[in-house]
Design a protein around this ligand. Structure first.
Ligand code: NAI
Length: 463
């Protein structure tokens, strides 16, 4: 055994690196195994961070191309230097991954470079060397779910990885799956000039989100130029030298139709990435969807082996993985942290943004919970008017009897930032009245949250 650690975390994504740093802060001797050349996992390298860089740049491009004249700003011909935009994205990623490396050094976390394999309880093999650990944490994340008949080459038929790296703007793009990745990356390429068609198996976009928000979002994206083919499935996609030929059928069955696209983005979900870890041999149990089975303390069925993040049950979100990594490190030193899964927000970083936390109306109805709804549109918010960003609304759900906030759903400008207030309200067990009576700066978008809370508790003032 070459070296012994208190904790070896496998995977340096947001779940793994946060777990490693927190464990080191708490006095443990920690190593983190990562096979990629850089730290930060999918999120920092090929996920959240590069996509947000491109979402930002493409948003500025679209705004400058089409929406400045209405504010009296005259610009000349707007051009696109995609290579430069991609290079900037690379710099953003570089700064972030270097930041994690710096944090590892600062906290004395050892980076074991290479692919980690659990060869026995308490032993991790990395690039041919065995390391011992009292605790092993699986934080290996997820990978894009494949689809039969659609062979990904990351050039013409891409997952989110290739979809972030296109060297030219496709004239036509077909996106398979109207989920978060499809709508975010579809937005990037549509803004830069692609004609985007989204093929979705179900009868609406963003399944699982609030019904009213989904409908309004679909309308707004359609107005922006997105084409949606709902209740449809792709049965094959074949790339050739000039593009891709797809076969699309009604989800319920029926005649197939052929479509052509320059690029196809496959975004039908992600699945846990745990296959190369040697879990079979050590007997770590997986569930029916290939996720590592854990208890509420993230322990697997094998003593000393834990799992967090996308590799286990729950929403596949970087911040959920971070919260779990942080909590697990504390549990390993005997602390008793708690994660409130009802207070974990989800955000779609499109324009407008979509954000949610807590229960949907559909879920409350299904559970038979008596609830109240407070809604406030951005058309009635002064700041949104000043910004020319009046599409959307805030919807707050509160318990009918106690007024306790149960959920919030926002579509509109900066929804992803606005939702944080309601996440905090839910975390603190606040009532709609508590939110409504909290002073909100004027003029701010946050006032729409206050007004929705007022509407849920009693009556909004500004509508
Ligand atoms: P998703 O689960 O969000 O959406 C997949 C969509 O594909 C669903 O609408 C589903 O009905 C549809 N679908 C499934 N099979 C299909 C088929 N054969 N044909 C047509 N449609 C089909 O998955 P997505 O967008 O790939 O994202 C993966 C994960 O990454 C999600 O858990 C998401 O939350 C996470 N993510 C989060 C982001 C954020 O927080 N902003 C950004 C990007 C990803």
């Amino acid at each position: 055994m070459s070296e012994t650690f208190d904790v070896i975390v496998i995977g340096a994504g947001p779940g793994g690196y946060v777990c490693a740093i927190r464990a080191a802060q708490l006095g443990l001797k920690v190593a983190c195994v990562e096979k990629r050349e850089t730290l930060g996992g999918t999120c920092l390298n090929i996920g959240c961070i590069p996509s947000k860089a491109l979402l930002h740049s493409s948003e500025v491009f679209e705004e400058t191309s089409h929406h400045l004249a209405e504010q009296g700003i005259i610009v000349g011909q707007v051009g696109l230097d995609l290579a430069k935009m991609q290079a900037r994205k690379g710099e953003v990623v570089g700064a972030n991954v270097k930041g994690v490396e710096f944090l590892f050094k600062k906290n004395k976390v050892t980076w074991l470079k290479g692919e980690g394999k659990i060869t026995a309880p308490g032993t991790v093999n990395v690039a041919g060397t065995d390391y011992a650990a009292k605790h092993i944490v699986i934080a290996t994340g997820s990978e894009s779910t494949p689809l039969k008949g659609v062979e990904v080459d990351e050039t013409r038929i891409v997952t989110s990885t290739g979809g972030l790296d296109l060297a030219e703007v496709p004239k036509t793009m077909v996106v398979i799956g109207a989920g978060v990745i499809g709508l975010e990356l579809g937005s990037v390429w549509r803004r830069l000039g692609a004609e985007v068609t989204v093929i979705e198996y179900l009868d609406g976009i963003l399944p699982g989100m609030d019904g009213e928000i989904r409908k309004q979002f679909e309308r707004l994206l359609t107005k922006q130029g997105f084409k949606f083919r709902l209740k449809s499935k792709v049965t094959s996609a074949v790339a050739d030298a000039t593009g891709v030929t797809l076969k699309v059928e009604p989800a319920a069955g029926g005649d197939a139709e052929e479509l052509r696209a320059d690029v196809v983005l496959l975004a039908i979900g992600r699945r846990p990435y745990v296959t190369a870890l040697g879990l079979d041999a050590v007997g770590v149990a997986l569930d029916e969807r290939g996720r590592v089975k854990t208890d509420a303390q993230f322990a697997t069925n094998i003593p000393g082996i834990y799992a967090i993040g996308d590799a286990i049950t729950g929403a596949m979100l970087a911040h959920k993985a971070e919260d779990e990594g942080y909590a697990l490190a504390e549990m390993l030193v005997g602390q008793k942290p708690h994660i409130n899964y009802d207070a974990i927000p989800g955000v779609v970083y499109t324009w407008p943004e979509v954000a949610a936390v807590g229960a949907t109306e559909e879920a409350l109805k299904a559970a038979g919970t008596a609830y109240k709804v407070g809604k406030f549109p951005f058309t009635a918010n002064g700041r949104a008017r000043a910004m020319g960003a009046t599409d959307g609304f805030v919807k707050i759900l509160a318990d009918k009897a106690t007024d306790k906030v149960l959920g919030a759903h926002i579509i509109g400008p900066d929804a992803g930032t606005l939702i944080a207030e309601i996440a905090l309200a839910i975390e603190f067990g606040a009532s709609a009245e508590d939110v409504a009576r909290t002073s909100h700066a004027h003029p701010s978008l946050n006032e729409a949250v206050k007004e929705a809370a007022l509407a849920a508790w009693d009556k909004a003032v500004h509508i």
